[in-house]
Design a binder for this molecule. Structure first.
Ligand SMILES: *[C@@H]1O[C@H](CO)[C@@H](O)[C@H](O)[C@H]1NC(C)=O
Length: 122
């Protein structure tokens, strides 16, 4: 138990010391999905917007992608499926307040959640 507390305090101090590393959390990545109203090959199309709500740029943004499928092609420079994770914009940097949009078509829609990112430039 005390070891756990020590580890927690150490992590907190590390965060304070290296603010840039810890300034963004997964909560700073917002993913919104809306039905576009179109049908692609008989499947409903979904428009996804990923927004970087952090004050720092973030790169290596990965989304949970388990079982993700689409009948509509997604530009691989925007989203690439790598096993259970999807890599956004080839791991390139997404500036603060910037967003990335893509559409896919499947029924039902997938719950896409942020898995990880690296923040920098604060
Ligand atoms: C969904 O995305 C398509 C393709 O980018 C776009 O034409 C359409 O306006 C979008 N629809 C909505 C409801 O956002």
């Amino acid at each position: 138990m005390t070891g756990l507390v020590k580890a927690f305090v150490a992590t907190l101090l590390l965060c304070l010391a290296t603010e840039g590393l810890c300034a963004c959390s997964l909560n700073n990545i917002n993913i919104g999905t809306v039905r576009s109203g179109r049908q692609i090959s008989g499947k409903p199309e979904w428009n996804v917007t990923v927004v970087n709500n952090c004050q720092c740029a973030q790169s290596q943004i990965k989304l949970s992608c388990m079982g993700f499928q689409t009948v509509e092609n997604i530009d691989p420079s925007i989203l690439v499926k790598q096993g259970d994770a999807c890599l956004l914009i080839n791991g390139n940097s997404l500036e603060k307040s910037a967003s990335v949009k893509f559409s896919y078509a499947w029924d039902p829609p997938f719950l896409l959640l942020p898995l990880g990112s690296v923040s920098h430039g604060c």
